[in-house]
Design a protein around this ligand. Structure first.
Ligand code: PLP
Length: 423
């Protein structure tokens, strides 16, 4: 069991809270950059490689701008996510639009923004053509082979149950229709398993997609231009997990590329990824303060954050590691439920967690909130979403999103005259 430590210290947070009260999410720019660089290097063997960061993981233009420095683009699923990418300076070809059940207006917006459209269903070929009057020159097909997928470490996922993508037969048919309609560059995309903490997922998926691309060529004569491995690379939320090694993953993909594509003369196929969790997950932390302790049937610590700030534990029972700042080296000899203030009994960041003795006023850091953390937030119980801070490489802190205020909560209603700001 490794000692999983946060990237912030009590001293840093004492300083930051002079300006920004808890709760807030804070992101580690240095960590994000080092990881992005490693990702880029791991796939540098592929000339056309491009990572399209999955915006839903951390939808903040300041973060998207960081990824631009590495030549990365954005993967978006809605018009608003495209707007965030545009706000970060993403240009023609920098946006992948991997949506499903897509409204016509959002397809139109994606097309006009120069995004590459990744079709989720064969019926969307006609749907899209009906909206924009033709098909774009570059387009992608989302593939779903069905069945289940099992990885070497036993992780299993169930594509057959997933609503996304074309079946194998539909891929062959779709490819033919698209080429007849004048498409020039065609890609295949698949997302078959989520949060895989193994270096085998991408290589296994790549093998399957490369074989499909070779089959498509043999059956239809059509050359696939790019293969999009999408998201799914996981992170070590638990201290006993071994983090993925992106270098090994990149080499694993290279090996199957050389085995399957190169001998077929397909050595110009570009590899795309749409990693989200892996790019930012470990580089975000939710910093909150213990404001109550309650001794009833269990020992509770009440904090000033709640599931509105981080929904994963409530929604999936997800584990997020917790550090009590300044008590990193104290024994974990107290068992607590660390809970938020929602009137929902699943609003628990940790259940029966062994932690050092917590005192009111202690800062509690909830780890690995850099992906699907802030972004999943909502406004249940009239609770407001927190600020987002960026810890820059020089140690300074920039607020990259202010906390919501009552006026934001009431913006879609007409009761503004009645609210008073809290003191
Ligand atoms: C969510 C999502 C991703 C990112 O997945 P991660 O597991 O965060 O890497 C990529 N592509 C699509 C289409 C997605 O829906």
């Amino acid at each position: 069991m490794t000692n999983k430590l946060p990237f912030v210290t009590k001293e840093m947070i004492d300083n930051i809270t002079k300006t920004y009260p808890t709760p807030f999410h804070i992101y580690d720019e240095k960590g994000i950059r080092e990881n992005a660089k490693a990702m880029k290097e791991a796939f540098s063997w592929n000339k056309g490689f491009k990572e399209y960061f999955a915006v839903k993981a951390l939808p903040n233009p300041r973060i998207l701008e960081i990824f631009k420095d590495y030549g990365f683009g954005c993967d978006c699923a809605s018009a608003n996510e495209i707007t965030l990418a545009l706000a970060a300076g993403m240009k023609q070809g920098d946006i992948m639009f991997s949506s499903n059940e897509t409204p016509a207006s959002e397809y139109k917006y994606a097309y006009e923004s120069g995004a590459i459209i990744n079709l989720d269903d064969i019926t969307h070929i006609e749907f899209l053509e009906g909206i924009i009057g033709k098909l774009p020159e570059t387009i992608s097909i989302r593939y779903n082979p069905g069945g289940t997928i099992t990885l070497s470490n036993g992780i299993m996922d169930n594509p057959g149950d997933a609503k996304y993508g074309f079946t194998t037969e539909q891929v062959y048919e779709g490819v033919k229709i698209l080429m007849q309609k004048g498409v020039k560059n065609l890609g295949i995309h698949a997302f078959l398993a989520s949060n895989t903490v193994t270096n085998d997922y991408y290589p296994q998926l790549a093998k399957q997609l490369f074989e499909l691309a070779v089959d498509v060529k043999k059956k239809t004569g059509i050359h696939i231009s790019f293969i999009n491995l999408s998201g799914g690379i996981g992170i070590a939320y638990r201290p006993d997990q071994t983090p993925n090694d992106i270098k090994i993953i990149g080499e694993g993909v290279r090996k199957v590329y050389e085995q399957i594509l190169v001998p077929e003369g397909m050595d110009d196929v570009s590899i795309f990824t749409e990693s989200g969790r892996f790019m930012t997950g470990p580089y975000g932390e939710l910093v909150t303060t213990a404001i109550h302790e309650k001794h009833t049937h269990k020992e509770y610590i009440g904090v000033d954050a709640c599931a509105v700030n981080l929904m994963r534990p409530a929604m999936y029972g997800a584990y997020h590691h917790i550090t009590v700042l300044g008590k990193e080296n104290e024994p974990c000899d107290h068992m607590y439920d660390v809970v938020g203030s929602l009137c929902e009994n699943n609003d628990k960041f940790a259940i029966d967690r062994m932690l050092p003795k917590i005192d009111i006023g202690d800062y509690i850091v909830i780890h690995d909130t850099g992906a699907h953390g802030y972004s999943m937030g909502y406004n249940y119980n009239g609770k407001m979403k927190s600020a987002e801070l960026l810890l820059k490489e020089d140690g300074s802190v920039e607020m990259i999103r202010r906390a919501e205020e009552p006026k934001d909560y009431f913006a879609t209603l007409d009761c503004t005259p009645y609210f008073k700001d809290l003191v």
